[in-house]
Every structure is written in C-alpha cells, then in structure tokens.
Design a protein around this ligand. Sequence first.
Ligand code: SAH
Length: 294
Amino acid sequence: MASPLKCLVEDDSRYLKSFQLFLERSSEHQCMQDFIHNTLPDILASIGGGKSHLNVIGVGSGAGEIDLQILSELRKKHPGVTVDNEVVEPSSQQLHNYKVLVSQKPELDFIKFAWNKMTSSEFEEHWKVKKMTKKADFIHMIQMLYYVKDPAATINFFQSLLDKNGKLIIILVSEVSGWGKLWRTYRHQLSYSEISQCVTTGDIKSSLDSKGVRYQNYELPSQMDITECFTDGDEKGELLLDFLTEVLDFSKTASSELKAGVLELLRHPDCSTESNGRVIFNNTLGVIVLDQLS
Ligand code: SAH
C-alpha cells in the first residue's frame, strides 16, 4: 500500500533546514572530526604509494565542511602533493555553500576541484559513458548511502575505481544507534522509499560479509538532543522530528497513533537516555574502510 506520508528529501529546502538543526543539536560533526584527526591520518598515510598527485572523490559532500578537513589531513600526511578532488553532490544549494567555503581558504590551492552537480548514479553513468580510466586514491561517502537505490551496487562501483593502496570510507549510522531501533520498528509505516532508505553500517557489513569482502570497522559514539520533539507545537521539535522520521511535516501528517508510537520509542532506553530533563538520542556512527577490490 502506498504511504500517504511524503518523504522529507522531496523538499530540498526543508531537508536542508532540518539537517542544519540536526547538526546544531548533535555531536555528529564533532565525532567525525575526532575520527578525522585521530584515526584517519594513519589510513591516509597508507595511500598513494609515494605519488606526487592524488585523486580524491567525495560523494554526497554537502557543504564540504568535513571534506575540507579530510583534505587538510591528507596534505599533512603527503606534503607537497597536488590533489584532484571530484565533488559529487546533487543539491545546488549545498554545492554553492561548498564553493563559498573553498573561496575563503586560499591555502587549498594544492587542490583542483571538479564540481559534479549530480547524484552518485548519474556520476557512475557519466563515468562509464566517458570511458574514464582515472583511478582514485581516496573516496568517501559520508552519510549519503541512505539516498541511493542500491547501496551495495554503489559501493561496488566506487570500490572498483580505487587505485592500488586506495581506500574507500563509508560513514553511516551504526546499527547500535537509536536510528537502528527506530528503523527496525517503523520502517514500513514511515515514508521510506527508493530515495530514502533505512540503512545502517550493520546492513553494509552483512552485505560485505556475504560477498567475502574484507573491511575495517570503527564505531563513533555520538548524541543528539531531541528534547524539543516532546513539546507539542514546538517549531524546532517538529523540524527535528521530520529529520528523525524522514517524513515531511511528520507532526501534521502522521496519524495520532503513529506519532504517539514514534515519540514513545524515541524516548525509550533503546533509543535515548534522559538526564537533567534532556532527552539524548543515541546517534552512534559507524565507519567502514575498504581497500581496492581483490
Ligand atoms: N557528507 C556531508 C553531507 C551529508 S547529508 C556531511 O556528512 O556533513 C547527505 C548529502 O547527500 C546531502 O548533501 C545530499 O544532497 C546528498 N545526496 C542526496 N542524494 C544523493 C545521491 N543520490 N548521490 C549523492 N549525494 C546525494
């Protein structure tokens, strides 16, 4: 049966507003930054095999805040390299924000940016049509595999672009997060569709395991303050609920039973902890690191 609920990603502007609020209410980018500064440098050190030029691809880069930190760690590990950075991002607003950020950082002049305003599958198509043979030293897909039709096929394509010593990193929510519990319980009643799926690193690991593909895995503890979701009519709470459920105007369009069920689950100990009157949702992320296909 078709769901009457609309998917949040169909409304680019509300999606961006809710994503921005999610970033403000969570330690999402902070925990990624810790990973980028503490763990990623050793991974970056192992790529390239001494080459003076590296090819990087960022898929679903958003406004590029995280990408630029990765690129700066890359340069620290490989002083003097030049970098070709392919940015794959379908949102023109986010691509614009990314370009503005780059224009404010003259120290990035070792990087040549190629802006691909397209989805990952359009990029794949474009790559195949142009019979591109260029290989990549580092590819990252951070919090974007929810938005592709076939995450396993997407991973397989990008992994096939890796050069010797190349690395592909994937970041998604972990199966131990509140997201995992929310999705396992409500995926059929919310508006998940081809363009927005409930995929965790647990699902990706199972799929890689079944194919015998080896990977490394890290968990990044992270939290999100969802207290406002429990104040009826609170504008920010409603925006956060849209982000959590991926439903456009969830509070206004979901049935009262569904709304009550989701709210109850969100504050259940499987999803959140409560302290000092705040409800803190478990936003733990998972990182998967892949080598060149063998
Ligand atoms: N990587 C960034 C942004 C994550 S939000 C970060 O972690 O901060 C998800 C991003 O994926 C959005 O910018 C969205 O526009 C982009 N996106 C959505 N569908 C996509 C697709 N099919 N292919 C590539 N990117 C996509």
